[in-house]
Design a protein around this ligand. Structure first.
Ligand SMILES: C[S@@+](CC[C@H](N)C(=O)[O-])C[C@H]1O[C@@H](n2cnc3c(N)ncnc32)[C@H](O)[C@@H]1O
Length: 226
């Protein structure tokens, strides 16, 4: 599965930033909200981790918002990481880009902020939960984790209703290649946000919350107690 995911994104690296806001409603607004939810001072020398960094949209926003921060960007796809390096430009000197498959890849420790956007729904539920344990261990005390991801609804009929409304929204943005949507339905593995936030509490995160949601896309996370 991870080879298929790497191939899917590798083939789309060049067009990704045009494509993704048209298939993920409120993509840019949610990126801004993720940044705004980070409680640290803008001049803090933070250590940041972006899991499934892709072309580096969030990584670039983070390094811009926090000019004294350093960042680790992890992704399965070499092509996405090459785009990320180009996007970061001179800020790449504050970043380490690492190709690897989460959750097995070595991610290091001591992070003040961990983000992951539109990535973890590719994993099995067991790997998602193991991944959250790994991210908790990698956070410094007081560190914050923010996950924006595709999630499933609380019932199969609501899932269908959300999918239909999402499809209408995406078509209203002028996106008419529904093969992408069908690939998503066939190969992705979203989990309910209620289940994921319960896992986070069990693992030991505090201030666990779903901060934002639109149909089958949610922004949630927690804090590692100081
Ligand atoms: C939809 S893109 C999201 C990119 C970026 N985070 C954003 O929000 O624009 C998903 C990215 O996650 C990467 N990815 C998927 N599964 C992964 C895994 N298990 N480990 C590391 N990266 C993964 C893909 O290669 C792709 O670049």
């Amino acid at each position: 599965m991870s080879e298929q995911v790497a191939e899917f994104f590798g083939e789309r690296a060049e067009s990704y930033e045009d494509f993704i806001p048209r298939v993920v409603p409120y993509y840019h607004e949610c990126n801004t909200l993720m940044l705004d939810l980070i409680p640290h001072a803008a001049d803090a020398p933070l250590r940041l981790l972006d899991v499934g960094a892709g072309t580096g949209v969030l990584s670039e926003l983070l390094l811009t918002r926090f000019p004294n921060a350093t960042l680790m960007a992890i992704d399965l796809s070499e092509a996405m990481l090459a785009s990320c390096a180009a996007k970061l430009g001179s800020m790449a000197s504050r970043a380490e880009l690492k190709q690897g498959e989460f959750p097995s890849v070595d991610i290091g420790t001591g992070y003040d902020v961990i983000v992951s956007s539109l990535t973890l729904h590719h994993l099995s539920h067991a790997d998602k939960r193991a991944g959250y344990e790994k991210l908790h261990a990698a956070l410094a005390p007081g560190g914050v984790m923010l996950i924006r991801d595709v999630v499933s609804a609380s019932s199969p009929s609501l899932d269908q209703r959300y999918a239909s409304l999402w499809r209408d929204k995406v078509q209203s943005y002028g996106y008419d290649d529904m093969s992408w949507f069908d690939d998503h339905l066939a190969s992705d593995n979203p989990a309910r946000v209620e289940d994921q936030t319960a896992w986070l509490r069990d693992i030991g995160f505090a201030e666990v919350a779903c901060h934002w949601r639109h149909l089958n896309c949610a922004l949630f996370g927690g804090v590692k107690p100081a």
